[in-house]
Design a protein around this ligand. Structure first.
Ligand code: MIC
Ligand code: SF4
Length: 647
């Protein structure tokens, strides 16, 4: 039978289940990646599994999120990460080497393989035919231990591309068009597979932008075929031997189909404060802009920066605009310096930042009050930039530069310069001296553990009855940035759950941590797509530490739901969404017969305050149910190994 690419890669890695829609499958993971902000927890959890080394083909530990080192915490974390990598057979990418998704695609990603990363933009590597999935750190730790990764068999959404991109349009416009059509919920439960005659005209740089921002659709991952374009890219990276041709069989079918005519796309922009509020740039032209940032794992490739530099050559950044440029990796940085583009950017007035996530995760460059910021990034959730009431737009580097020159929202077709055709280099500059490979014999390696590295707290096993207060009621599309903010103040505490839990729901309700501590067991009530965005397991772990026992919502985002299960929090959905209205914040709720309810898939929730009753669904696989009943994945692993209950 003709197979699509997704099914081919899944089939080749299947260790449990069958490729039947909705049923749980377990797949073998070839490669893993972590970054510093999720990595410390992942490695603490891996260490708790007491294995001598990782059992994957390749595991890489990146440092890219928190590089400010405003105190000892961050520097300690870096030392822990480097030493733990040496000890357990993991490649360490030193701070300065670049953003994990940029470096991984340059130096490690391989077509036809699987990658699990503790970062929601891990799907970036799908741009060269890899099945790359984002997950919580604990799932990644388990994959490093050689265990399967479990997921519900997703639908495959085929995106047929026809035509070719028109001047000034890019991969960013393709994915913004997808977001415009499908919304931030449109990819939930789906793998997005790009195919069709339009694929061949897209450079890998465009493809990576598209697969990267597939995370914003809520998709499990996105994937492109590996073709002649992929081959040239891998050869240019000196890795041609890793190329295999892999794509859908002729006549392969998809569960759903979308068609995008590349000829018809125009420069697009996502308006504040959600990546799916997409309109044409021309429809919002003229709005004054005070900040422009090019960078992030979405758009900081050599091609992106060289294009920006050529657009800025001989021009200057508008006097009212502060413009930053972040090369995505050391390779990109070195190449733009070597090729003279760095000088164009500086001459035009750009501020150059080191290769890291930087402003994308609120590490500096918070925009001014009321000021419009235009960024080549992937997320513009309110407050993520570091300014609570921010106004952040998302667009391609080309649109960013047009806005920087004009000082207002501007379509690059309207700035009077000819479009810049940008080819992928024939040879990338290869200098892997910021990668530290593990030694053959790690017996002499001591793991550095500074005072900021604190044990991972364990969940309490869910009892058969729960009486708890509905401590917080929130609406739709709550992101993990709402639940567990990042930024310069909070990120240094990622290895210290007691300390970071003080910031849970900080921007939604700053009284939450204190109220939670006083309340004892608590429940969060929410709307649809709860937990969208990042993979940070701290958005489950820190609420768990504060006593949250269940989350009852209209629907969940995939990674966050998995993280809740891993940390023993009941993820429940309303059988009738209208019951959401009947709960007031502060109501006392009670759930009886939890074990039986979890098995039946439905629990009865009594609202003791309102005197009402409603049904909540527990859509769990047997594996997830067992995890919840044993207090989450870490407890389950510990029980399996019969170890004492402390990390
Ligand atoms: C993000 O873009 O939100 C992050 C920061 O990269 C997160 C990971 C984290 O919170 O550490 C992600 O996307 O998973
Ligand atoms: Fe880093 Fe931003 Fe990419 Fe997340 S989205 S990995 S914070 S650059």
């Amino acid at each position: 039978m003709a197979m699509n690419l997704t099914h081919k890669i899944l089939q080749a890695h299947l260790v449990e289940g069958t490729l039947t829609l909705g049923s749980e499958i377990g797949i073998r993971i070839d490669q893993t990646l972590t970054q510093d902000a999720t990595g410390t927890m992942a490695y603490l959890q891996f260490e708790a599994m007491a294995l001598p080394k990782v059992l994957t083909e390749l595991s890489v530990s990146y440092v890219d999120h928190n590089m400010l080192q405003t105190g000892f915490e961050n520097a300690d974390d870096h030392q822990y990460l480097q030493s733990v990598a040496q000890k357990y057979g993991i490649v360490f990418s030193r701070p300065g080497n670049g953003i994990c998704h940029q470096v991984h695609r340059e130096r490690f990603a391989l077509p036809g393989r699987t990658l699990l990363g503790s970062d929601s933009h891990t799907p970036t590597c799908g741009g060269l035919g890899m099945l790359a999935i984002g997950a919580g750190g604990l799932d990644v730790a388990v994959a490093m231990a050689g265990e399967a990764y479990f997921l519900p068999m997703p639908k495959v959404l085929g995106v047929r591309l026809i035509g070719t991109l028109q001047p000034w349009c890019s991969g960013k416009d393709v994915i913004l068009e997808m977001l415009r059509r499908l919304s931030v919920k449109g990819g939930v439960g789906r793998i997005v597979e790009y195919h069709g005659p339009g694929v061949a005209s897209l450079s890998v740089s465009h493809r990576f932008t598209i697969t990267n921002m597939g995370a914003e659709l809520g998709a499990t991952t996105s994937v492109f075929p590996s073709d002649a374009v992929t081959k040239s890219f891998l050869e240019a990276q000196g890795r041609g031997e890793g190329w295999v041709e892999i794509g859908p069989d002729p006549g392969a079918s998809y569960d759903e189909l979308v068609e995008i005519d590349l000829d018809k796309l125009e420069p697009l922009i996502a308006q504040p404060s959600t990546p799916d509020s997409v309109v044409s740039v021309r429809s919002v032209k003229g709005i004054p802009v005070v900040q422009v940032c090019i960078g992030s794992c979405t758009n900081s490739s050599y091609e992106d920066l060289a294009t920006a530099a050529l657009m800025l050559r001989g021009k200057r950044v508008h006097p009212n605009v502060s413009m930053t440029v972040t090369p995505g990796s050391k390779q990109v940085f070195e190449m733009i310096v070597r090729d003279g583009y760095f000088a164009d950017l500086i001459a035009a007035g750009c501020r150059i930042l080191e290769s890291s996530c930087g402003p994308c995760i609120g590490m500096g460059q918070a925009p001014p009050t009321g000021g419009v910021s235009v960024r080549s990034f992937n997320r513009n959730f309110k407050g993520r930039s570091g300014t609570a009431e921010d106004t952040v737009y998302l667009s391609s580097p080309e649109v960013c530069v047009a806005c920087a020159i004009a000082g207002e929202l501007t379509d690059p077709r309207d700035i009077g310069i000819p479009a810049i055709p940008m080819a992928t280099p024939e040879h990338f500059l290869i200098n892997d001296n910021m990668l530290v490979f593990p030694p053959e014999d790690p017996s002499a390696i001591e793991v550095h553990r500074g005072p900021n590295i604190r044990p991972v707290p364990l969940a309490e096993v869910v009892g058969n009855q729960l009486e708890a207060v509905a401590l917080l009621k929130v609406g739709d599309n709550i992101t993990t940035d709402h639940i567990m903010p990042a930024g310069a103040k909070v990120l240094p505490l990622r290895s210290n759950i007691p300390a970071i839990s003080e910031f849970v729901f900080m921007r939604v309700d700053p009284t939450f941590p204190e109220r939670a501590r006083k309340a004892g067991p608590s429940i969060i009530v929410g709307g649809s797509n709860y937990g969208q965005g990042s993979s940070r397991e701290h958005a489950a772990l820190a609420p768990m530490f504060l006593g949250v026992k269940a989350v009852i919502v209209k629907s969940f985002a995939r990674i966050h739901r998995a993280n809740l299960v891993n940390f023993g929090i009941l993820p429940l959905t309303f059988v009738n969404e209208s019951d959401y209205e009947s709960i007031e914040q502060g109501d006392q709720l009670r759930i009886d017969d939890i074990a039986a309810g979890l098995t039946a898939g439905v629990l009865t929730v009594q609202n003791l305050t309102q005197g009402t009753t409603f049904q909540a669904m527990a859509e769990l696989t047997k594996r997830e149910r067992d995890l919840l009943l044993s207090g989450g994945l870490l407890n389950a692993i510990k029980t399996k190994q019969n170890q004492p209950a402390a990390v």
